[in-house]
Write a protein that binds this ligand. Structure first.
Ligand SMILES: NC(=O)c1ccc[n+]([C@@H]2O[C@H](COP(=O)([O-])OP(=O)(O)OC[C@H]3O[C@@H](n4cnc5c(N)ncnc54)[C@H](OP(=O)(O)O)[C@@H]3O)[C@@H](O)[C@H]2O)c1
Length: 339
């Protein structure tokens, strides 16, 4: 299987590391030995039609001397790679843009036009054009997987798709942003004021320099839109989500809630067709009462009742979801060939 990776940040680079570290395990377990023919960042690409050595690409990126790498082509773009190269799967891991979905949206649409399968960790294209992308994939018989877009490493979509067949999903509730959960946890247990907790989150690399995407609830709302479309068949857009951020929370409110055995959490919820991200009282013993940067998703179903997944919503762990999607495509394509 030939792979193009667009974006070499935490996710793209992490994927290259995992492919290098797990090379023999992946072959033993799944006879999976992907060739990365292009690994593209914003200023150029590593190219090799016979497959790059992932470890050497990672070490050149870590060492900041990547322009000296023999496979480096300065100025070569992801769109050129997707249009021109011979490959099977695009891994789209460029930055999320929820206004236009770009550059990821064009990357995915162009790859689908060329009848390639897709794995994306980038939420932007799905938030902007979920139905259009799914339709384009269906029309061309392609697979488009996006496990990493919601809950990072947590296997929410795969669980619902593969283990809850025949169920109707009636509601979803969760904490979908690690930065806000970290801030609220620090405010709750250490009585740290909001501004200081936010500064800590930035220093620890959890929050962006411009953290409004997280603390205003936009990131969680984007994830809710993807969950609504993918799991509940609700054709929701970002503008359909009622959003309240965490900026107005006071230590007094947190303290009052605790006296009654509750935590104040930033909860994203879909119930009776309404999508909401807001501050809510959560029982200290509830499965939603996870601390730190953890994410949690509780899914209510008609047959299985409620179940909850807790895990890492961001960071290098996200690679787990991307790799699983990639292996899934490999196994599916291999099964199709054998038929
Ligand atoms: N990190 C996580 O924990 C996590 C979890 C779930 C989902 N995601 C999503 O996954 C995607 C990647 O996340 P990340 O954390 O790896 O991002 P990141 O660290 O910011 O890296 C983004 C990468 O994309 C490259 N890039 C930017 N514009 C590009 C373009 N037009 N063509 C090709 N490459 C381009 C950047 O190039 P340069 O290196 O040249 O700047 C960089 O290598 C994002 O959409 C993010 O929201 C991330």
């Amino acid at each position: 299987m030939k792979v193009v990776i667009a974006g070499l940040g935490t996710v793209g680079r992490g994927l290259l590391k995992a492919l290098s570290k797990k090379k023999s395990e992946l072959w033993r377990a799944y006879e999976f030995s992907p060739k990365v023919v292009a690994a593209v960042k914003s200023d150029g690409a590593f190219l090799d039609e016979n497959g790059l050595d992932p470890a050497s690409v990672v070490s050149s990126l870590d060492g900041r001397g990547y322009e000296e790498h023999s496979a480096w082509v300065s100025g070569y773009t992801a769109l050129e790679a997707i249009r021109d190269l011979d490959f099977d799967v695009l891994v789209e891991a460029t930055p999320t843009n929820v206004e236009s979905g770009e550059p990821g949206l064009s990357h995915i649409l162009t790859a689908l036009e060329r009848e390639k399968d897709i794995v994306t960790s980038n939420k932007g294209p799905l938030v902007i054009a979920f139905e259009k992308l799914m339709e384009a994939a269906r029309e061309r018989g392609r697979i488009l997987r996006y496990e990493a877009t919601v809950g990072g490493a947590m296997p929410v979509f795969s669980l619902v798709e593969k283990c809850l067949r025949g169920n109707k999903i009636t509601a979803i509730k969760g904490i979908l942003n690690g930065t806000t959960n970290y801030i609220l946890t620090r405010m709750t247990y250490e009585r740290v004021p909001f501004d200081i907790a936010l500064k800590e989150a930035q220093e620890l690399g959890y929050a962006e320099a411009n953290p409004s995407f997280d603390i205003e609830g936009i990131d969680a709302a984007c994830k809710l839109v993807i969950l609504a479309n993918a799991i509940m068949g609700i054709r929701a857009k970002l503008s359909d989500v009622e959003i309240v951020g965490i900026t107005r929370i006071t230590p007094e409110a947190i303290e009052l809630a605790r006296e009654d055995g509750y935590l104040i959490k930033h909860v994203a919820q879909i119930e009776e067709g309404v999508l909401e991200v807001s501050l809510r009282l959560v029982d200290e013993k509830s499965p939603l009462a996870v601390g730190g940067t953890l994410n949690v998703v509780s899914v209510s179903t008609d047959l299985a009742g409620e179940f909850t997944v807790i895990g890492r919503g961001a960071g290098e762990e996200t690679v787990s979801a991307v790799l699983n999607d990639l292996i899934d495509i490999w196994l599916e394509r291999r099964r199709a060939l054998a038929r």
